[in-house]
Design a protein around this ligand. Sequence first.
Ligand SMILES: C[S@@+](CC[C@H](N)C(=O)[O-])C[C@H]1O[C@@H](n2cnc3c(N)ncnc32)[C@H](O)[C@@H]1O
Length: 217
Amino acid sequence: MQIELVTTRDGSHSLYRPDLDEHYHSAFGAIQESMHIFIKSGFERIPIKQLQIFEVGFGTGLNALLTFLKASELQKKVKYFSIEKYPLAPELTNQLNYPSILQAKSAEIFDGLHRSAWDTDIDFGQFVLHKINSDILISQIPSGNDLVYFDAFSPDKDPLLWSTEIFQKIHNSMNTGGVLVTYSAKGEVRRRLLSCGFHVEKLAGPPGKIHILRAIK
Ligand SMILES: C[S@@+](CC[C@H](N)C(=O)[O-])C[C@H]1O[C@@H](n2cnc3c(N)ncnc32)[C@H](O)[C@@H]1O
C-alpha cells in the first residue's frame, strides 16, 4: 500500500493515502488537531485518576504519544487500547517528526509505542498499551472504556466505520459517564450517536474545522 509523508501547517507530519485520497490528520496541523480534539476536549475532561481509553485507528501513534505525555504530566494511570487494521512500516513511522517537536524524552517513548508487540499488554509504568491488529468491523471491543478516540478515516471515505452498528458496539463497551470524541460533526454522525443513547455536544473545532463532537454515555 502506498503511503506518503506530508507536512501540515503547524510543521508536524501527517500521512496521505493516495488510494483513498485521504490524510491521517488535518492539513492545518496534525499535532494542533490531535491536541484540540483528543487531549483538550477528551482526555483533560475525564476527572478520574485511572482510566481506560479505546482508540479507533492507531495509525501514526500521535494520539497515543500525546496521551502518554499528558498522563505523565497529570499523574494519571492509563490503559490504552488501540485498534489498527493497517499497521505502518517502521521505515515510515521512523520519519515522523512528532518527537522532535514535542518534549525531549518523547523520542524514546514514541519509538517504544511503535516497537511494542501487537495483541498483548505492554507496561510502560503509568501507561499500559495494548495495540490490537484487527479490523474493528469484525472485532470485539474491550469493555470498561472511560474515553474513546474515534479517529477513523472520514465518513465519506470509510462509511461502514461510522455506522450505527459500530457506534452501538462502542457504546456498549463504555462505562456510564464515559466520553467519545471525534473530529466529524456531520449531521448523520450526530444522529447515529444520539440513536445509540449518547448525549451529544457540538464543540468548537481546531483551525480549519468549525465543529467537533463529544458524546457522553
Ligand atoms: C484518520 S487515520 C488516524 C490514525 C491515528 N489516530 C493517527 O493519529 O495517526 C485512521 C486510521 O484508521 C485505520 N483504519 C481504517 N480502517 C480500519 C478498520 N476497519 N479497523 C481498524 N482500523 C482501521 C487506518 O489504517 C488509519 O490508521
